[in-house]
Design a protein around this ligand. Sequence first.
Ligand SMILES: N[C@@H](CCC(=O)N[C@@H](CS)C(=O)NCC(=O)O)C(=O)O
Length: 216
Amino acid sequence: MKIYDTPGFPNPARIRIVLAEKGLEQLFQFVPVNLIAAEHKQPAFLAKNPNGVVPVLELDDGTYISECVAITEYLDNLDADPVLTGKTPREKAMIHMMQKRADDWMIDGIGIYFHYATPGLGDALQPFKAPEWAGRKEWGERQLEKFKNGLRYFDGILAKTPYLAGDQFSMADITVYAALLHAAFLNITVTDEYPALKAWQAKVAERPSVKNRSGQ
Ligand SMILES: N[C@@H](CCC(=O)N[C@@H](CS)C(=O)NCC(=O)O)C(=O)O
């Protein structure tokens, strides 16, 4: 099986962490995609993922699976040790709910801010090209507010539970951690204003799957 990804980018990091958590890295060949050269917007890559983003999993039968949540679910069904998407109905629902918030508020929030309110990857690589849209910078800035609201929200959750969806480390934790990696790249760090989130971030950073993951 193959993983098309770009080392150093936050969404690819999510899947690298999942693979390391589950000890499955050796089953996969990593195929680098050059985002800076816009390889992901060329027909050959768009045939694999019409959204033109990494990562993408290719199964041995030629099936392409994109979206980190879908890839994580596939990997969890392939090898349930440890489970990152939940075992019981309650765990699954809690993780799904937190994952959706982590995606919308955190990883998408900081990603859209990066692409629209900062130089991002350059004009040619804005995810949805709208150079004529005068309000795009303001819209990008609003995403940063959403991200900061997420910092407050997740800090409140982590003041009460060890991980985002309860006692177990899950894919929701991985998503928020990856969003914080992206934010740190933009010099937006978790300050003492968010003590529980900051302590959780330090704890997650020490997990072998995070600390020693490939493609950093
Ligand atoms: N929702 C997607 C997001 C993937 C994503 O945005 N990947 C970024 C890299 S971190 C990307 O390929 N960006 C290139 C672009 O937007 O042009 C997922 O879960 O896989």
